[in-house]
Write a protein that binds this ligand. Sequence first.
Ligand SMILES: *[C@@H]1O[C@H](CO)[C@@H](O)[C@H](O)[C@H]1NC(C)=O
Ligand SMILES: *[C@@H]1O[C@H](CO)[C@@H](O)[C@H](O)[C@H]1NC(C)=O
Ligand SMILES: *[C@@H]1O[C@H](CO)[C@@H](O)[C@H](O)[C@H]1NC(C)=O
Length: 577
Amino acid sequence: MRWFLVSAVLLSITSARVFAQSSTADTYFAAESPIAKAGLLANIGASGSKSQGAKPGIVIASPSNSNPDYLFTWTRDSALVFQAIIDQFTLGLDITLRPQIDNYVASQKVIQQVSNPSGTISSGGLGEPKFNIDETAFTGAWGRPQRDGPALRANALITWANFLLTQSNSSYVTGTLWPIIKLDLDYVASNWNQTGFDLWEEVSSSSFFTTAVQHRALRQGAALATAIGQTSVVSGYTTQAANALCFLQSYWNSAGSMTANTGGGRSGKDANTVLTSIHTFDADSGCDAVTFQPCSDKALANLFTYVNAFRIYAINSGIAANQGLATGRYPEDSYQGGNPWYLTTLAVAEQLYDALIVWRKEGTLSVTSVSQPFFANLVPGIAVGTYASSTATFTAITTAVKDYADSFVAVVAKYTPSGGGLAEQYSRSNGSPTSAVDLTWSYAALLTAFGARNGVVSASWGAKGLTVPATCQRSGGGGGSGTVTASFNVQATTVFGENIYLTGSVDALVNWSPDNALLLSADSYPIWRITVNLPASTSIQYKYIRKFNGAVTWESDPNRQFTTPSSGTFTLNDSWR
Ligand SMILES: *[C@@H]1O[C@H](CO)[C@@H](O)[C@H](O)[C@H]1NC(C)=O
Ligand SMILES: *[C@@H]1O[C@H](CO)[C@@H](O)[C@H](O)[C@H]1NC(C)=O
Ligand SMILES: *[C@@H]1O[C@H](CO)[C@@H](O)[C@H](O)[C@H]1NC(C)=O
């Protein structure tokens, strides 16, 4: 029924090409969403058909166990998958999912406490990116820590908690959920201003996606704490939320897009930014650019820049400027051949569907000088201005944006194999599926894009009306801008010609760079010494390294960690390990 209705309306106002695209998206979503739902549930233990060995509530990233081996559970992927599941349950779209949510809660309560190479529960272990599917620690080398995971898990569980409060189930919220959520929020509040690996696990620096989801977690965490009377944490979370929001603005660059990571030496054009927009969407906050809402001028300008970076793929050649492309993580990507991903292409469509939800809800739409190039690509000659829903221009723009969004879905549809399985990637040269099969995140991305196209709106997280502090602080209480003097002493025996160096998580410790690591003095051998000025009241991680004949040897994991005092001097006495 809906297929005919939507198609008929669009056909009457635009071209036959739109008819084709809209009906492709309709047909594809109708067929693919049950497949995606089943594919997602198959990857959740203990009963999922493709996740044997996973404990209840554990999300495997993919059943693929070689080239690549994704038979692990990532905190990030799991939280995004369960955010989608919790949204479906709490919005009444699928009331069968409650046992899955209960299992997820129980599994995360266990995983949080598992000591791992990033540390213990009290020394940074929450930053560990992935675990074995039997809930034991993964001890191999990896890009760690990753600081988006605890924030995303808190976001999913806060959505769940807020729903249960409306069901008068506050005893479960306070007794079971809050202790889990609080551990994650405390970690975010203490560590948001530390570097870590980005969501693609490659670049250690600050990352737009990470900062944005941390900001959301602290903001809605403070609101939940207030609602359940946990008042002692409210001001700390609120202060750090404001600090993170302030820092978030700095990712916007002079070329008119977001630079995804502060490090990494790339163009900065990255699906990281589009994923941020859809995973911090709050329909109540309109087109606010402070939180880079999907319909904000900054997020749309950024989307235009991001999409066009993928014309380099052969399967995109000859596609018109106003039509969807196959998009990947970032144009410099070479992982598994550096291909488009299903979840990143779907994220473009979802951002645009989210934008349409808000424009229609508000009955108005603004084209600013920042977003004009995005709009002019779809509606040539469009002028800067505000267009009410009663105008023909509003109709022309929203029709063109819907068409554009559907054209990205049409790309995904074109390269979905018969059977409907969604891998991680599809080939840049011929579109055939590649890398891990049945990626759980691909299925979740399909379901949330479909929901957004149908006007499904997740609960507000409090993004409305936020203001950015005039000056950016690192921590609360005013002491954050000072420095303290730290003396590092490490006992280490060395051979002639071998030297000991220091590097760590802050600028003063050269941000984990082995090349630029600070040389210690051997004047008191076998104690090696250095004195450094460090930011006050800051959680810092570090390691010593050895260099000998050009070879670098790191201390064993986990990273050493401490918090600097608010003022004064102090000494760390270590032994090489
Ligand atoms: C509260 O929610 C939990 C988690 O789903 C459930 O086990 C419990 O039965 C609920 N309690 C009430 C009173 O509804
Ligand atoms: C910490 O916050 C300050 C102030 O916003 C910012 O200049 C700095 O780059 C941040 N560092 C990290 C690693 O987030
Ligand atoms: C390190 O040793 C010095 C004496 O050499 C001592 O004053 C200081 O308290 C020690 N620091 C720690 C953290 O144990």
